[in-house]
Design a protein around this ligand. Structure first.
Ligand code: UDP
Length: 240
């Protein structure tokens, strides 16, 4: 079921239903853009109309962070559980392997995406990683990257270039990429490559993954995360 949270659509689905919905859509060849929402993305969207439009046009909008769930509950809306974007990618890759859908990994530093691709092939034998490319290209190189994805014949694309870069890239190029499914995964390749560590299971279950990551962040980001969260709380407060 689709609800509206802070002026943006949100799909109130369980994790498993989200995976099922996406697999079904890809099976039928329905173009599908997925966006994962967390507190920071609500704040970025409030200040960036292009990002807002992209989220409104997305076919699947999932509550990535605990912030989105808490805000929804505070506003009397029901959202069953978190659907972390990284976990979604980790569930879709084996689904792609099973169905013979080629995937493309775009983003992160060259050595990270390289390792993520190798790790994906190792974990899910039979998975066709049709190609990968780092996420540090210049605007004038963008079209060439789009062509690489298109020529690879990939059916699913995962983009790890941070927000809003990954979303705006997909906004501009989705129809030309030739893929049926695309998802922005932020730091997802760092997790898959084993460069970034996830919070322990119990921390994730307690909805404290954001706090855990905050503790690992360098000084500069720390402040930004605190400011984002304060602004997010203010947005939720005003919405009440
Ligand atoms: N990244 C990229 N190109 C850029 C900036 C960042 O490929 O121009 C990658 C970066 O290497 C990392 C990923 O984007 O792997 C996610 O970065 P971050 O965690 O800052 O994004 P967030 O999910 O917090 O928006």
């Amino acid at each position: 079921m689709r609800i509206e949270l802070l002026g943006l659509p949100l799909d109130a689905l369980t994790f498993d239903d989200t995976v099922r919905l996406i697999v079904q859509r890809v099976e039928r060849g329905e173009p599908t853009l997925q966006v994962s929402m967390n507190a920071a993305k609500y704040v970025r969207a409030a200040e960036n109309p292009a990002l807002r439009d992209f989220i409104r046009r997305a076919h699947v909008v999932s509550p990535d962070g605990a912030g989105a769930i808490l805000a929804a509950r505070r506003l009397g809306l029901h959202v069953p559980e978190r659907v972390p974007g990284v976990d979604l990618m980790l569930a879709l890759l084996p689904a792609a392997a099973l169905r013979g859908w080629p995937v493309f990994l775009l983003g992160a530093r060259p050595e990270v995406v390289e390792r993520a691709a190798a790790e994906a092939r190792r974990r899910w034998p039979g998975l066709e990683v049709a190609g990968h490319h780092h996420g540090y290209f210049r605007p004038e190189e963008e079209e060439g990257v789009v062509e690489r994805v298109r020529a690879s014949g990939a059916r699913m694309l995962f983009v790890a270039m941070g927000t809003p870069r990954q979303e705006l890239f997909l906004d501009r190029w989705f129809p030309r990429l030739g893929v049926t499914y695309a998802q922005g995964v932020g730091g997802g390749f760092d997790v898959l490559a084993g460069v970034a560590r996830r919070a322990p299971e119990w921390v994730q279950r307690a909805g404290l993954e954001g706090v855990y990551r905050l503790m690992l962040e360098p000084r500069k980001r720390w402040r930004r995360v605190i400011v984002d969260n304060a602004r997010f709380l203010a947005m939720v407060w005003r919405a009440r």
